[in-house]
Design a protein around this ligand. Structure first.
Ligand code: C2E
Ligand code: MG
Ligand code: MG
Length: 851
């Protein structure tokens, strides 16, 4: 069966289910993801803004205080006229007084100092031990920069730096130029600590004269502590860098000055991209790629570090005193949202698992539904291929499919039963319970080899037996025959009834020729005793066709050959015939002949030729014998010896005989009417036993006589002696009926059939035709001992006409004359001729004699 683009039920049901499920899941996932992203954006933005603002505020405070302090210092210096050329004593005192105050309140201040216009310098610097150290350069120190161990001028000197000119320092120069407070650029301190420093610078005016610069250093590194604390609280990485991308402060471990690498020598400020924290590094790198020199707007972006997503915000940080920095904040997704992303991911996994589980459950459920359907379909397919042993489908737990499976199983069981019954009918003969033809073929196909012997047993004249016994008794007879065969032959024999009156017996072990002959005789012996039937015992004769030594391994071929042999046995009356390959040709010809005969009957190609029957004394024509001729357009004129036996065997003789009888009757009436034949002219028509034993014959004959208006006394029917079945009640009754009608009956070819005289006695006949063979044998020497003489003597008591057949010579006429044979027929008088050619002078002759 062509399956064009068909899908399975399971797919048809599951696919939409899975599609809907997947689409729904997909849409939910998409919306959820979008919502989540939106939420992440919002939260990150808020959190980053908050953090940045916080840092910004703190940074302002961090820087503003030192700046304001410095402004106040510079203002007080000028206002109090503390600057004296070459002597910083007053400023030193002022600073010493104020410094401890400032330091306490503004811890990020590292040092405070003053650089004068004459290269004076005084300053205090905070030490790690919370003491201060004094740094002075004026005439008291011979204009050298002396750094003391504590906050007073003493011999306790830490360092002396020569040729130090504060006016050249980066914190001095811009202020001297612009005369306004400002931030210095970031620089590394010139002292031994080399710390990153930012200085708050302010000009000092005394009497409106610029006298120097007040400088307060802010140790920016201290801001790191704040950033680190913030990181601990918020988990955010924070870094501050200038517009050269150099780090100012950051929340991770490590400083902002290089300890010396190949890229950055010791003491150089580190770039933000060099930070030890991968988060800051990634953020700084990303920003570096983004940043435009002129663009100082806030930037938000995302980076990925160690498979975590980081949200970044870089905001410019500027003030009116010249700061131009950036604050960078990075926070990871988990830190931003806590457990939310994990929960979110877990929720998805759980959702997905539940979905898969759902689909799995669906699949199993649908399998349960479809399994009985598919197994039913597969069972149906197997049954369709004839595989009756295929297991039947199981019903399952679903009501509807159970209904289907139950219905199917019931149907399949019914089918199986019907099939079994059909097979039994096919394989076994219902009447005898023997194998049928098909059964024999099939069971023999299981044999490895066919090298035994096949006997085909045909019951002779079964049609007659059937007609005389009636069908019911004939069936009984067949059953009895089958039983006898079964009784005799052991289980290794294959016995079958292969036709109405034919039995087959295959003996696999019989091979030897003598054995075969013995078996054939045994079979004949089996039928020697008559069968006891309710009315009277029935003698059954059989003919046997034998096949052995066949090359074929197919029992069908054996049976066909057996049938040919049997036909041969029947037609030759030999009773036993061994199959020989040449028989097949004859048989084939016979089959072809049957076909031709059927057509010839249709076309009325059979016509009677007439041969006169003559009074041997007077030479008078007493009648004629109608002899069938087949005038075939293809074969020409065919004599009856060639087609009558085939017609008899095939049953076509009845129709041919009927056609000949009708025509002979028509011609007789015509011949008499035309004056060709005398009024008591007797037309002899040959009758086959098959016709005579048919119930239909008498009505047929009566109908012909009625139509042709032929007087029954003008008709004689010839029945061949050898073909009359002994004790056939129908033949006898039909003959009596014919007699009753006034029709003459002639026994044809008398002497060849060995009829028992007692039986002959029973037959109602009017005429006996002595067979041509005996006429031919006649001679002068042994005339009295001749069979013809014996027949004539025998018939003396009977009131019958005697006709000698086949008279060819005048001598034969004379001899017959001597024996007192009254009538004769033969080529001497005339060959059989068509009605038209019948000479009128024969009639004239008789008329002459009569006169
Ligand atoms: P039959 O009934 O014994 O007919 C006589 C046969 O002997 C005829 O042969 C005839 O031509 C032949 N015959 C006659 N005189 C001579 C003779 O002097 N010498 C020789 N050699 N033969 C002679 P035919 O016509 O060939 O018929 C053969 C047989 O066919 C008939 O033998 C008869 O038994 C049968 N037959 C013929 N016509 C019919 C028919 O219409 N129905 C039936 N059932 N059988 C028929
Ligand atoms: Mg005849
Ligand atoms: Mg004859």
């Amino acid at each position: 069966m062509p399956f064009k683009k068909q899908i399975k039920l399971k797919t048809a049901v599951l696919l939409p289910f899975v599609i809907i499920f997947s689409v729904t899941f997909g849409v939910i996932a998409f919306v959820q993801k979008a919502n989540y992203e939106q939420m992440v954006q919002d939260i990150s933005s808020k959190q980053l803004t908050y953090l940045t603002n916080n840092v910004e505020q703190r940074l302002y405070n961090f820087l503003e205080e030192p700046f304001l302090a410095n402004l106040s210092l510079s203002h007080n210096l000028g206002f109090s006229h503390l600057f004296q050329k070459g002597d910083t004593q007053k400023i030193e005192d002022f600073f010493r007084f104020n410094f401890s105050q400032i330091y306490k309140s503004i811890p990020q201040i590292d040092s405070a100092g003053f650089g004068g216009i004459n290269a004076e310098y005084v300053g205090f610097r905070k030490e790690n031990d919370h003491n201060y150290t004094l740094m002075v350069q004026d005439k008291r120190t011979q204009n050298k920069l002396v750094i003391y161990q504590n906050d007073i001028i003493s011999n306790n000197i830490r360092t002396v730096i020569e040729n130090y000119d504060p006016r050249e320092r980066p914190w001095y120069v811009p202020v001297a130029e612009h005369h306004k407070p400002m931030w210095s650029s970031i620089y590394t301190n010139a002292d031994e600590r080399q710390e990153i420093t930012l200085s708050s610078l302010s000009p000092v005016f005394q009497d409106k004269q610029f006298v120097g610069v007040s400088v307060t250093d802010v140790k920016i590194d201290t801001f790191n502590a704040f950033l680190r604390a913030m990181k601990q609280q918020t988990e955010a990485d924070i870094y501050i860098f200038d517009n050269e991308h150099r780090l100012i402060a950051h929340s991770s471990a490590g400083g902002v000055v290089s300890w010396g690498t190949s890229l950055s020598p010791k003491g150089t400020r580190l770039m933000a991209t060099e930070n030890a924290s991968p988060v800051i590094k990634a953020s700084a790198e990303h920003f570096k790629q983004l940043e435009q020199p002129t663009d100082i707007a806030t930037k938000n972006f995302v980076t990925h570090v160690n498979s975590d997503r980081y949200f970044n915000k870089v905001t410019p940080f500027e003030d009116e005193f010249g700061l131009h920095w950036f604050i960078g904040v990075s926070i990871s997704e988990p830190n931003l949202l806590g457990e939310v992303p994990y929960n979110q991911r877990n929720a998805w996994y759980i959702g997905l698992l539940i979905s898969l589980f759902g689909i799995g459950i669906g699949y199993i459920a649908f399998n349960r539904i479809t399994a009985p359907i598919t197994s039913t379909a597969s069972a149906a397919q197997h049954l369709a291929c004839g595989d009756w042993a295929t297991p039947m489908p199981k019903s399952g737990n679903i009501y509807e499919t159970s209904l289907l499976v139950h219905a199917f199983n019931e149907m399949a069981n019914n089918l199986k039963a019907s099939f079994k019954a059909l097979r039994t009918q096919l394989v076994y003969d219902s009447l005898t319970k023997l194998y049928s033809r098909e059964g024999l073929v099939e069971s023999c196909s299981n044999l490895k080899k066919l090298n035994g012997c096949l006997f085909l047993i045909g019951i002779d004249k079964f049609r007659d037996i059937n007609d005389s016994l009636g069908h019911q008794l004939a069936d009984q007879l067949l059953i009895a025959i089958a039983q006898r065969l079964k009784n005799i032959y052991a289980s290794d024999a294959y016995i079958a009834r292969i036709g109405g009156d034919e039995f087959a017996l295959y003996l696999p072990l019989v091979k030897d020729e003598q054995e075969i002959q013995d078996e054939a005789n045994r079979i004949l012996q089996l039928f020697a005793t008559p069968y006891s039937m309710p009315n009277e015992p029935i003698a059954v004769n059989v003919s046997i066709g034998i096949v052995h030594n066949s090359d074929s391994t197919n029992m069908t071929v054996w049976l066909r050959n057996g049938s040919i042999a049997l036909s041969n046995a029947k037609s030759d009356s030999t009773r036993i015939s061994y199959y020989a390959p040449e028989m097949a040709g004859i048989s084939r010809k016979r089959t072809q002949m049957v076909t031709l005969l059927k057509v010839a009957i249709e076309k009325h190609e059979f016509v009677p030729f007439y041969q006169p029957i003559v009074d041997l004394n007077s030479g008078e024509v007493l009648g004629a014998e109608a002899l069938a001729r087949w005038i075939s357009p293809e074969l020409g004129l065919v004599p009856p010896t060639e087609f009558i036996p085939v017609a008899e065997e095939s049953g076509l003789i009845n129709t041919i005989g009927e056609q000949i009888l009708l025509q002979a009757c028509i011609d007789t009436v015509k011949g008499i009417e035309e004056g060709k034949w005398a009024c008591d002219f007797r037309m002899h028509v040959n009758l086959s036993v098959s016709q005579l034993s048919s119930y239909l014959f008498l009505p047929q004959l009566e109908e012909i006589l009625r139509i042709t208006k032929l007087s029954p006394s003008n008709l004689a029917l010839e029945i061949t002696e050898s073909k009359i079945v002994d004790n056939d009640p129908i033949i006898l009754s039909n003959m009596l009926a014919l007699k009753k009608l006034g029709i003459h009956i002639a026994i044809d070819d008398f002497g060849t059939g060995y009829s028992s005289l007692s039986y002959l006695h029973k037959l109602p006949f009017d005429c006996l035709k002595i067979d041509r063979a005996f006429v031919t044998q006649l001679n002068h020497d042994h005339l009295e001992e001749s069979i013809v003489a014996a027949i004539i003597n025998m018939m003396k008591g009977f009131k019958v006409q005697l006709v000698a057949e086949g008279i060819e010579t005048q001598e034969q006429v004379d001899l017959l004359h001597q024996l007192n044979c009254p009538q004769g027929q033969g080529f001497l008088f005339s060959k059989p001729i068509p009605y038209q050619e019948w000479p009128t002078n024969l009639v004239n002759m008789r008329q002459k004699t009569a006169n």
